[in-house]
Design a protein around this ligand. Structure first.
Ligand SMILES: CC(C)(COP(=O)(O)OP(=O)(O)OC[C@H]1O[C@@H](n2cnc3c(N)ncnc32)[C@H](O)[C@@H]1OP(=O)(O)O)[C@@H](O)C(=O)NCCC(=O)NCCS
Length: 200
């Protein structure tokens, strides 16, 4: 669904049909904290960031995002709706490794009020174009708890394949949780893109 045309934000690093992705700055702090506060239960079960757990309004979480981006090893991006510039969620390109690996790990969440409207599918398509074309990565992965149906549906629809299963892979909300490892290489992404355009 295209809601455009809209003015393209000058600082966007990636553009979807209805959302844009950009790096956060201090001016985003209030909107970020409001979104976290309004989304507590929706995020609590699945979101990794330990700072969030005893940080109900997300202030320290926001600090950790700015800190991680400053290292250059992550690009934690904010997802805004283009139509009205509303902050919807985040799309994080984590653990960027260059050299022979050219890989990164994706993490994402959307505010409770905005879920199930296709925004994250749009954001994921946009970030994939960004990492594969602009950043020239070769592979991205997403580690997802087996019961997280929304997240699995999201990456599956984008062409990720399940590569493996990692017992007690990440500490989420205080315990080591099993995760499925889903990944997409640039070759599979290009093939999927070509199929979407021309049919199988
Ligand atoms: C996972 C998440 C980011 C998806 O965002 P979203 O904007 O709701 O996703 P979309 O509306 O683009 O939907 C993507 C797919 O997931 C499916 N989906 C969305 N919510 C779902 C749910 N609660 N249960 C089952 N499927 C769901 C949609 O039907 C769609 O599938 P389709 O393309 O086959 O139709 C969101 O649910 C979220 O923030 N969850 C909490 C945080 C989280 O789990 N982060 C990921 C950790 S690995």
């Amino acid at each position: 669904m295209n809601e455009g045309p809209y003015e393209v934000p000058p600082d966007a690093v990636a553009l979807g049909e209805r959302v844009n992705l950009r790096l956060p700055n201090e001016m985003d702090r209030d909107a970020f904290c409001r979104l976290v506060l309004a989304s507590g239960e929706h995020l609590r079960r699945w979101v990794l960031d330990p700072a969030a757990l005893d940080d109900p309004n997300g202030t320290r979480w926001f600090d950790s995002i700015l800190g991680a981006n400053a290292t250059g090893r992550s690009q934690k991006l904010l997802v805004h709706r283009i139509r009205d510039r509303e902050l919807l969620g985040t799309m994080n390109v984590n653990e960027i490794v260059r050299g022979a690996f050219q890989s990164a790990s994706l993490g994402y969440w959307i505010g409770a009020a905005h879920a199930r409207r296709g925004y994250m599918s749009d954001a994921l398509a946009a970030v994939l174009r960004y990492v594969f074309e602009a950043e020239r990565l070769h592979r991205v992965e997403a580690n997802i708890q087996p019961g997280n149906e929304a997240s699995i549906a999201l990456v599956r629809a984008a062409g990720f394949r399940q590569e493996g299963y990692s017992p007690r892979y990440l500490k989420v909300t205080g315990a080591w949780r099993d995760h499925e490892r889903w990944a997409l290489t640039v070759e599979d992404w290009r093939d999927g893109d070509a199929q979407a355009r021309h049919g199988p």
